[in-house]
Write a protein that binds this ligand. Structure first.
Ligand SMILES: CC(C)(COP(=O)(O)OP(=O)(O)OC[C@H]1O[C@@H](n2cnc3c(N)ncnc32)[C@H](O)[C@@H]1OP(=O)(O)O)[C@@H](O)C(=O)NCCC(=O)NCCS
Length: 227
């Protein structure tokens, strides 16, 4: 199958890619998706509303961060987008270093928001880096297009850039991504659970349930500059 890689520049192109993103992350089901794109309520538009709200948050974060690059892969036989990835390329030193945005914009007040904010805050700590670097934010391939080298195309774009700029690359991957990153020269640095901090006596039953089902385990992996 012939594939083409594009950098996503417009809001409509972005909405399409986010739809693919969530569909890919639901196959197989993934705790991170319920965390960052929760379906609130049970009305007929609940799923659509969740996707719209997540898209708005992601587009805002992307627009506010000049280091953020969204890529998509199109199957040129059908013209359809089949995969995407977001890379952060920090190629200039900024103040105290790079810190990703963490606010769960648009999420209603409550424990769910507090929990999500806690997870994103922990993740921001992991992703905050003083030196210039490249980091993966997300990568996803439509289930029908897996094991055809599509993720490797998305990796290749950034690894070439990283080597040209002589930058180290980082990923914080779930288990499913580890073989892909290993194949591309990443080595495991640390394996950690991203669990928000809260005093034991202040935890509600809902909080305990979220701790059991929504705490991601991440594999922090690094690929040293090969430039
Ligand atoms: C992980 C994912 C991005 C891989 O995409 P892909 O297009 O299938 O990957 P590629 O075809 O480019 O694979 C490149 C190499 O990665 C490794 N790999 C990829 N998927 C693998 C799997 N399911 N099991 C074992 N190795 C795998 C293999 O070494 C593969 O090379 P090979 O096919 O020559 O053996 C895809 O399965 C996906 O979108 N999953 C759901 C979303 C997700 O979990 N994203 C990653 C979160 S960290």
């Amino acid at each position: 199958m012939p594939f083409e890689l594009h950098e996503v520049q417009s809001a409509p192109g972005f909405a399409e890619i986010i739809q693919d993103h969530i569909a890919a992350f639901n196959s197989p089901p993934n705790a991170n998706t319920s965390l960052v794109c929760p379906i609130l309520g049970s009305g007929p538009t609940a799923e659509e509303d969740a996707l719209k709200s997540y898209t708005t948050r992601q587009w805002y974060r992307h627009r506010m961060d000049p280091n953020s690059h969204w890529l998509k892969i199109v199957d040129t036989d059908t013209g359809l987008g089949v995969a995407g990835a977001c890379w952060i390329v920090v190629d200039a030193v900024v103040g105290e270093g790079y810190r990703p945005m963490i606010e769960p914009f648009g999420m209603p007040e409550g424990e769910r928001r507090e929990f999500t904010k806690g997870v994103l805050g922990e993740l921001a700590e992991v992703r905050a880096r003083k030196e210039m670097h490249v980091a993966l934010q997300a990568i996803f391939i439509h289930p029908d297009y897996r094991r055809k080298g599509v993720a490797s195309l998305l990796m290749g774009w950034v690894l070439a850039k990283a080597d040209q700029l002589k930058l180290d690359c980082f990923v914080e991957g779930t288990e499913i991504g580890v073989p892909l990153y290993s194949k591309h020269g990443f080595v495991l640095v640390e394996r950690r659970k991203i669990k928000p901090v809260k005093k034991e006596e202040d935890k509600s039953e809902e909080w305990h349930l979220m701790e059991r089902t929504l705490v991601p385990t991440l594999n922090v992996m690094r690929r040293s500059s090969q430039g």
